[in-house]
Design a protein around this ligand. Structure first.
Ligand code: NAP
Length: 249
């Protein structure tokens, strides 16, 4: 891990909000001479909290994050945020440059595209693709961005951790739930709501994969929102991130 302060303690800031970030915090928290601070945006009302020290809320852009890094004498930042959290990812790059702090990106691999998936580059493109594909749409894209579908006269089922805010589609059923979800439960859900199209982001990982297997089983059309580009090559597993952090010390 990178340089330490005068007391020999190495301070790691983990930008979190993912399972990988929580796992990394738990793993590094066991290392002697390492102080881990996990950061959450504060979007979810009752978040799963990482082990150890946690701070909640934005930093105030890249400049605010750079100032925070200096003030807290951070030695290394790990961006372990969700693949679609683009703003904080760009801010982390800029802030680490400004503060002269090394940055490691940890990102789970994307799901490999399957034949028949409709690949789109944004939620707007997903909305544009829907008319003609089906009538009953399962939105598993989270509550942020549901407004992109507000103009569509289709039946939507939204699954999210917290309730969405307007603007909302006129025909919307909201299911409040938090993964992971099993294959059997996903098949039952798609059947119950007679879903013909699933819209999802390519988050990757096993926790939310079952809906894709269920969609394949039932012949449900998949509209997959592709990931934004990464600013740099990421570590793709917690093991790899731990190894890189330990070796850099
Ligand atoms: P975003 O658009 O990239 O970031 C928006 C603003 O939220 C940032 O400018 C920053 O505010 C603050 N922020 C984001 N992540 C933060 C963190 N870990 N710690 C402190 N501040 C943070 O982010 P988002 O897509 O809304 O996602 C918010 C959080 O939810 C992230 O931590 C992400 O890992 C998690 N998450 C996102 C998704 C998704 O689909 N986007 C899914 C699951 C989990 P300031 O500029 O004031 O610093």
């Amino acid at each position: 891990m990178h340089s330490s302060d005068a007391t020999g303690v190495r301070r790691v800031l983990i930008l979190g909000g993912t399972g990988e970030a929580r796992e990394l915090a738990a793993r590094l928290g066991d290392d002697a001479g390492v102080r881990v601070i996990s950061s959450l945006a504060g979007r979810v009302r009752d978040p799963k909290r990482p082990e150890g020290e946690v701070r909640v809320g934005g930093f105030g852009g890249a400049d605010g994050l750079a100032a925070w890094l200096r003030e807290h004498a951070i030695n290394v930042v790990v961006d372990a945020t969700h693949p679609f959290a683009q703003v904080i990812t760009a801010n982390a790059v800029r802030a680490c440059e400004l503060a002269g702090v090394p940055l490691l990106v940890l990102r789970r691999p994307a799901w490999e595209a399957e034949p028949g998936w409709h690949l789109v580059d944004s939620m707007d493109a997903a909305a544009a693709a829907l008319p003609g594909l089906g009538e009953r749409i399962f939105l598993s894209t989270g509550r942020q961005g549901v407004g992109r579908f507000a103009h569509l006269d289709l039946r939507f089922l939204l699954r999210a951790v917290d309730p969405p805010e307007p603007p909302l589609p006129p025909h919307l059923t909201t299911l409040l739930a938090r993964g992971p979800f099993t294959f059997g439960a996903e098949v039952a859900l798609l059947r119950e709501h007679r879903i013909d199209v699933l819209v999802t982001k390519n988050s990757g990982g096993p926790m939310t994969r079952a809906k894709l297997d269920a969609a394949r089983e039932l012949g449900v059309t998949v509209v997959m929102v592709q990931r934004p580009p990464e600013p740099r090559a990421p570590a793709t597993s917690v093991d790899e991130a731990v190894r890189q952090l330990r070796h850099a010390g």
